[in-house]
Design a protein around this ligand. Structure first.
Ligand SMILES: Cc1cc2nc3c(=O)[nH]c(=O)nc-3n(C[C@H](O)[C@H](O)[C@H](O)COP(=O)(O)OP(=O)(O)OC[C@H]3O[C@@H](n4cnc5c(N)ncnc54)[C@H](O)[C@@H]3O)c2cc1C
Length: 471
């Protein structure tokens, strides 16, 4: 039986970041992965969606390119197979690179399904490297970074043909339905609505509440307007109640608000994108199962340790986790530091991004959240109407909001709704992490023309309209 300082279950962004960190700290490390290195993020999540989105945005820009001298935009040819082939090449190339990186760092990679039998022992089945396909691995500590899987909508017909989860759209050849119903109002559902409407599908979005109901109100309102403008039929306060096969497609029965009657629409495919679920119960033998929350996610303490001493968990599978790739990596690395005898950071400042057009990114506190927590804040807003870069790129709507502490003038949070928001939010994440004040932020000269110029417009608004003091 091989013995390691650390055995990691799952080679997604959490597991791989943890493995590299553990090697840096001098541990012997084994990582067990039942599917593909890169996890959900690389194989069925962040990277394939953003590749499709890049292609979809290009198509939309060319179609609408007459102001830049492009002609025939509406008649351009588009080959979904070619876009899918590029997406698969991107995924495979990155996966090969990550796998080679792990091996080069001296991490033992085992392809197989892990079952944790005790604090010190993991059983692996379907193992591609050991004799007989089954082996046992001995561990000083175990870190579970086994992520989540898509959840089906709990209504009749959810398992019919043509009713899919995001995996079917992103793996292999993918899907390109002419008429698509998307269930959900969160990041995954809305990114798919942008992708498929830009590629030419007729998209209906069925949202139980409103798009991005948990985000800054203006972000949800603007997104709904833009989706409608792009031809997406947005049905809010609406839930599916039944799916039934109809011809080569699906009839989706829906109910809206308090209405008692039901409506229906027929589509070629349904995408269920209303949630993910934990598989924690499948990873532990019954005697080793740590405490789970009511949804089956693993409970951990502030040191990422589960209720079973020596077994740690990080990333999406943890109760209350921010389910994002960079959050998984950051928390998994912190868990390894603690396993090695160090300390975890006091707080994680984790930006959240949505890759729509324009992009959405936020970090730290929003004005609404500050109000709920009784934190006195002064906010500033800069709109993009007068921003040269946004105007020349024909960005339709957009704003930057900054949330400052009224007491200390420190930046507590920021919301960006503009092109390149997912890159420029890194600036705000650094300011919030370093607790920079408005005066310190104002010292930096910002480039022109650029989207970031609107940061100073927002800051000036906080001073002029909100009364923020800057020294
Ligand atoms: C469509 C979609 C788009 C997304 N886009 C973004 C985005 O743009 N940005 C972002 O930050 N996040 C995005 N996410 C979320 C992101 O993918 C996850 O937050 C991230 O992958 C979580 O990392 P993880 O390491 O916790 O788990 P995962 O990436 O889920 O990895 C877990 C791994 O564990 C393996 N595993 C499970 N059980 C076992 C077992 N018993 N034995 C061995 N291996 C096992 C799985 O096969 C998997 O490879 C997206 C998700 C989806 C679905």
């Amino acid at each position: 039986m091989d013995k390691f300082d650390l055995v990691i279950i799952g080679a997604g962004p959490g597991g791989t970041a943890a493995a590299f960190k553990a090697k840096q700290l001098g541990m012997s490390v084994c990582i067990i992965e039942k599917a593909d290195v890169g996890g959900t993020c690389l194989n069925r999540g962040c990277i394939p969606t953003k590749t499709l989105l890049h292609g979809a945005n290009l198509v939309a820009e060319v179609k609408d390119g007459s102001r830049y001298g492009l002609s025939g935009g509406e008649n351009i040819g588009f080959d979904f197979g070619a876009l899918t082939a590029w997406k698969n090449k991107v995924v495979e190339t990155l996966r090969t690179g990550q796998t080679a990186g792990l091996k080069k760092a001296g991490v033992t990679l085992i392809q197989g399904t892990a079952l944790i039998e005790s604090v010190n022992s993991v059983n692996v089945t379907g193992c591609s490297t050991c004799e007989g396909g089954t082996c046992k691995i001995e561990a000083k500590n175990i870190l579970v970074t086994a992520g989540t899987i898509p959840e089906h909508v709990p209504v009749e017909g959810h398992d019919l043909p043509h009713v899919y989860t995001s995996d079917a759209f992103l793996e292999g050849e993918g899907l390109f339905p002419k008429k698509l119903a998307i269930i959900g109002g969160g990041v995954i559902a809305i990114e798919f609505a942008f992708i498929y409407s830009a590629l030419g599908s007729q998209v209906t979005l069925l949202v139980r509440r409103t798009p991005f109901a948990d985000m800054d109100r203006e972000i949800g309102q603007n997104t709904t307007l833009l989706l409608k403008k792009k031809g997406v039929m947005v049905q809010t306060l609406t839930k599916p109640v039944k799916f039934a096969t109809e011809g080569d497609g699906v009839r989706v029965w829906t109910q809206t608000g308090e209405e008692t009657g039901q409506k229906s629409l027929v589509v070629d495919a349904v995408l269920m994108a209303a949630g993910r679920k934990s598989t924690a119960k499948e990873i532990f033998s019954s005697g080793a199962l740590p405490a789970l929350d009511e949804k089956g996610y693993i409970k951990t303490n502030e040191n990422f340790e589960t209720s079973v001493k020596g077994i740690y968990a990080a990333g999406d599978i943890v109760s209350g986790a921010t389910q994002l790739a960079h959050a998984a990596s950051a928390t998994a690395e912190a868990a390894v530091e603690i396993i090695a005898g160090g300390h975890a950071p006091h707080k994680f400042v984790i930006p959240a991004c949505v890759y729509t057009t324009p992009e959405i990114a936020q970090v730290g506190l929003s004005e609404d959240a500050a109000k709920k927590q009784n934190i006195p804040v002064i906010c500033g807003k800069g709109v993009f109407g007068a921003n040269g870069k946004a105007f020349l790129e024909n960005q339709e709507r957009g704003f930057i909001k900054l949330v400052f502490s009224a007491d200390t003038q420190v930046l507590l949070g920021a919301q960006f709704y503009c092109n390149r928001a997912t890159d420029t939010i890194a600036w705000a994440a650094q300011c919030v992490t370093s607790a920079l004040t408005a005066a310190q932020i104002k010292e930096a000269v910002l480039p022109h023309p650029s989207y970031c110029e609107t940061i100073h417009t927002a800051l000036n608004d906080a001073v002029l309209r909100g009364g923020l003091k800057i020294g």
